[in-house]
Design a protein around this ligand. Structure first.
Ligand code: RFL
Ligand code: PHB
Length: 398
């Protein structure tokens, strides 16, 4: 098998890259280890930056998003029982964000790819990237699912490429083929217990709450489905929390001075997400490029992960199109540095939001007071609030 661009992984990064390349007349093959239903159901991000929305629209993948997505012009910060709204358009010259779930972005991109696009092979696991330093990189892969899931019987095949892009997430195989890289990492002693519930959201915008008992987040998937999170110790088993305990704890952490109330409803999904900050540099070796979670992870507090993945593949698609049109490697050579600049801004913001709002188990009273002082600053200084609004609505790509 042979293609111009071999893409490993059909998450948002791989799927959008395939679409951008298809639109520019460059062929690709996408290899995805999981089956289609799994990829379409995996609950993750919910917030699209303005720039991400614009990219999806321009790629021809914005039709359902524009019909069903919810435009949000702000978020609420909640602490010491107080509520403070951050008004994005007023602070950023008109920018906003969109609530449209990652599952839906992936469904739309998968449908487009299967309808008109290069091969998208599910249950096809990449085993290794070889010869990335040459002009004939290859992906060794096996069809028939992941090893251990009936995949052992599948025969090994090879995809020969001009370029390989690792969009295979944090646990993928592509990163291992970038030698002499450097990694920067921070783990956190807490995670998020996330739930989906069949109940109308209790507020029309997202609520980020700092509480002495820990962080809580109120988000949503649609006018009738709520998505909520609770900070929990890192090793928590989601099943150790009963539904009633989860609602009680959300109610405590989201408490206010006024008559705001939390609506409860049937919980349909429950899981714990670990928190991590991670960057791998560089994001390229020869003709192998890394994009999205394969190269970097942010804690979800800043809502940046999916948006970073989109920024990476937009930058890469532009560079591959430039190469095809002019024969010049100029933009491919600057790919890693261009992406990393934006990545580190997102790392900084996500770290700041995480430490601003979460209680560390070993936090001193001094550090707790500092957290409140930082919140006080954001809610009383237009300059500080603008800094948050600019970062939340997104840094420019490229
Ligand atoms: P993905 O989505 O992990 O996709 C990688 C794909 O590669 C496949 N794969 C392989 N395929 C073939 N061969 C192999 N050897 C393979 N190994 C892996 C996997 O099956 C998978 O399909 O990475 P991608 O495309 O880089 O996208 C990144 C985003 O998914 C991620 O950054 C976000 O979900 C992070 N995130 C959020 N980002 C936001 O922008 N806004 C948010 O509000 C937000 N909230 C979140 C989040 C992530 C969360 N979790 C679960 C980590 C909330 C949560 C709870
Ligand atoms: C979500 O809706 O899943 C979500 C929203 C905002 C975040 C993280 C997750 O910061």
């Amino acid at each position: 098998m042979r293609t111009t661009v071999g893409i490993i992984g059909a998450g948002p990064a791989g799927l959008l890259l395939a679409r951008l390349l298809h639109n520019a007349g460059i062929d690709s093959v996408v290899l995805e280890s999981r089956d289609r239903a799994y990829v379409e159901r995996r609950q993750r991000a919910g917030i699209l930056e303005q720039g991400t929305v614009d990219v999806l629209r321009a790629a021809g993948a914005g039709e359902r998003m524009d019909r069903e997505g919810l435009r949000h012009d702000g978020i609420e910060l909640r602490f010491s029982r107080r509520r403070h709204r951050v008004d994005f358009p007023a602070l950023t010259g008109g920018r906003s964000v969109m609530v449209y779930a990652q599952t839906e972005v992936c469904k739309d991109l998968i449908a487009l790819q299967l309808e008109s696009g290069g091969p998208l092979l599910f249950e096809t696991e990449a085993l290794a990237v070889e010869d990335a330093g040459t002009d004939r990189p290859r992906v060794r892969f096996r069809r028939g699912g992941e090893s251990g899931e009936g995949g052992e019987g599948g025969t090994e095949e090879v995809l020969e490429c001009d370029y390989v892009v690792g969009c295979d997430g944090f646990w993928g195989v592509a990163r291992a083929a970038v030698p002499d890289g450097r990694t920067f990492e921070r783990t956190y002693p807490f995670g998020w217990l996330g739930i989906l519930a069949d109940v109308a959201p209790s507020h029309d915008e997202l609520v980020y709450a700092r509480h002495d008992r820990g962080f809580a987040l109120l988000s949503m998937r649609s006018p009738s489905v709520s998505r909520l999170y609770l900070q929990v110790p890192a090793d928590t088993d989601a099943e150790s929390w009963s539904d009633e305990e989860i609602w009680d704890e959300l109610e405590r952490r989201l408490e206010t001075d006024d008559d705001w109330t939390l609506r409860r409803g049937p919980i349909t999904q429950k899981s714990v997400t670990p928190m991590r900050s991670y960057v791998h540099e560089p994001m390229r070796h020869g003709r192998l490029f890394l994009a999205g979670d394969a190269a970097h992870i942010v804690p979800p507090t800043g809502a940046k992960g999916l948006n970073l993945a989109v920024g990476d593949v937009v930058t890469l698609a532009r560079a591959l199109v430039h190469r095809a049109a002019t024969g010049s490697d100029e933009l491919l050579d600057t790919y890693s540095a261009t992406c990393l600049r934006r990545v580190w801004q997102a790392e900084r913001f996500s770290y700041d939001m995480t430490t601003l709002l979460h209680g560390a188990p070993d936090a001193t009273p001094f550090e707790e007071r500092l957290q409140l002082a930082r919140l006080d600053r954001i809610t009383s200084s237009r300059a500080a609030e603008t800094d948050l609004a600019e970062a939340y609505t997104g840094f420019p790509v490229g």
